[in-house]
Write a protein that binds this ligand. Structure first.
Ligand code: ADP
Ligand code: MG
Length: 257
């Protein structure tokens, strides 16, 4: 009997940046993480604890100083369409229409025009923006722009979405809607999601597992499994209990935050 490798595996990953004053800066120390196919994992931690650094290494934008990163058992060397990335800031091309933004990755990979059109239409429908195909990013609301960013990642049919605080810049009501939509897409497409947030409520609402990080140096402090069924009830006693538990993990046991 052979065990399939995890979808994503980070083994004792360390990232040291050379700081301007010559002192090396430890962005991440000895972090290990495995993500299974179809799993929804949230990573939570204070600002500067290395969340983006870890995600950028999984995406293949950045090589670790030490340690190894693997996708389905193969070393991660570069970005790839099987790993779709959604950033916090609206990383859309301002000079391209919504449709051109969504088609961009396919075009880069040499997919023909008719197929590009078709797929872009389908995934803009998936995120409810079929009518906005010919608009430019500046004509859209923040929530719409993040939906375009999600469509642009999904159109490449990735096995995982890597999301770096994707809903942090939108208002609370839009954020709740985007969270509901993301859960629907995750269930429909049966992909994995690695979702970074510094919002406890968001992590408990979304994740099957929450990885808690701490800073100085950035490292993984603990993991909490969230067994609540979806859709989750923010008003439930279980939710409140988990909120207190994650808060204690995040701010350090024994301290009141
Ligand atoms: P987070 O996303 O959790 O806020 P980051 O991964 O962005 O944290 O950063 C972790 C630490 O590494 C921070 O102290 C940050 O200043 C530092 N850092 C990140 N990127 C670089 C870089 N390219 N050069 C130098 N230091 C960096
Ligand atoms: Mg960050």
């Amino acid at each position: 009997m052979s065990l399939a490798p995890p979808l994503i595996e980070a083994s004792s990953v360390t990232q040291i940046f050379a700081a301007s004053d010559g002192e090396p800066s430890w962005a991440l120390k000895n972090a290990s993480l495995a993500v299974s196919p179809g799993e929804f994992v949230c990573i939570i931690g204070p600002s500067g604890c290395g969340k983006s650094t870890l995600l950028h290494m999984i995406a293949g934008f950045l090589k670790p100083t030490e340690g190894a990163l693997r996708f389905r058992g193969r070393p991660i060397e570069a970005p790839g369409p099987e790993r779709g990335v959604v950033f916090q800031e609206y990383a859309l091309f301002a000079w391209m229409t919504v449709r051109q933004n969504v088609e961009f990755g396919l075009k880069m990979r040499g997919v023909g025009k008719a197929e590009r059109r078709d797929k872009a239409r389908r995934f803009l429908e998936v995120v409810g923006l079929a009518k906005m195909a010919d608009r430019y990013p500046h004509e859209l609301s923040g929530g719409m722009r993040q939906r375009v960013a999600v469509a642009r990642a999904l159109v490449n049919e990735p096995e995982v979405l890597l999301m770096d605080e994707p809903f942090a810049a939108v208002d609370a009501i839009t954020r709740a809607t985007l969270q509901d939509e993301l859960l629907r897409l995750w269930q429909e497409f049966r992909i994995s999601v690695v979702f970074i947030t510094h919002n406890i409520d968001e992590a408990i609402f979304l994740g099957q597992r929450i990885v808690v990080m701490s800073a100085h140096p950035g490292s993984i402090r603990s993991e909490v499994r969230i067994d609540l069924p979806y859709p989750r009830d923010r008003g439930s006693a279980e939710f409140a209990g988990l909120y207190a538990q994650i808060g204690a993990e995040l701010y350090g046991k024994g301290k009141t935050a």
